[in-house]
Design a protein around this ligand. Sequence first.
Ligand code: SF4
Length: 338
Amino acid sequence: MNYVFGPVPSRRLGQSLGIDTIPLKTCNWNCIYCQLGRSVPMTNERRDYVPVQDILLEVEQALMSREKGRIDWVTFVGSGEPTLHSRLGEIIRRVKTLTTLPVAVITNGSLFYKADVREELSVADAVLPTLDAGTGDLYRQINRPHPQFTFERLVDGLVAFREVYRGKIWVEVMLVRGLNDTSQSLEDIAKVLQRVKPDAVHINLPTRPPAETWVQPADSEGLMRALSILGNIAEVVHPAEGSFDLSNDENIVEAVIGIITRHPMRQDELERTLVRWSPGQVSETLAELEASGRAQIVERYGIRFWSATPAHYPRSRQSIRNIPGGQRLSPKNHKNEI
Ligand code: SF4
């Protein structure tokens, strides 16, 4: 399958069947913590990136083939910003005719200032936008948006969406040490949240490999500060535990590429996930994918992750063939879980 994956364990949505409406990596932001690497080039063009009919066919097949009760949510998420697909609204509506499962959209919220995007998302059961900053300066530092965006436009869009949207809005704050985990930054975010009035605030940490080498997750003091300043609708979202459903992947190459395109993983995690194949087969496949230029190693927090190319990470390692398991370099820095 090219556009539908999982169900995968989601930190916020249980077992989530993912729908990816755009190619890697299509985004109008270039967040310093993005697990998909840098946005090269960044684009703000809404268009029909992949055929609607192909997406719907895969959704239908996935819903029929997965065991009943194995999926909690159908979630639009994946290789960039899903609202850049110009027919997202139509896709959501048609997915809802295929299933009674709730539908969520994970988005950066940058296009909510547009009435047509707000209308398209109105049929989703939950929308999970990002708010990492309460000032324009910090917004530009953390999210590095397309030049067409201002912070005021982002906030106005979120407020306008809240006014019309009847589903759940769960705002995500990705907490980066030394940037938005200070008291002042959190108070600025809290002021914006008072206007947006989300149903919940999910505090998250950049535990998957961030685009920039210098990004660090907030420490426990930063997390406590965030909880106390963002109020009682805020909660820390812990890394998800659970299994990836790969029951429909017959081909090990497709299975590996399907995972690492959206979820960069350590080799030992991949070996545990791909239980249908032996660790030796997984290792051999990764080496072949690396040699053919379809996979790469990214080192962050002293840990090596496998990611798909063409994700752009500065100073990513090109080879780990001589390192058994390709695992962590420094156990005390180990912070990554899927
Ligand atoms: S984290 Fe999301 S919004 Fe930010 S650059 Fe990555 S895909 Fe885009």
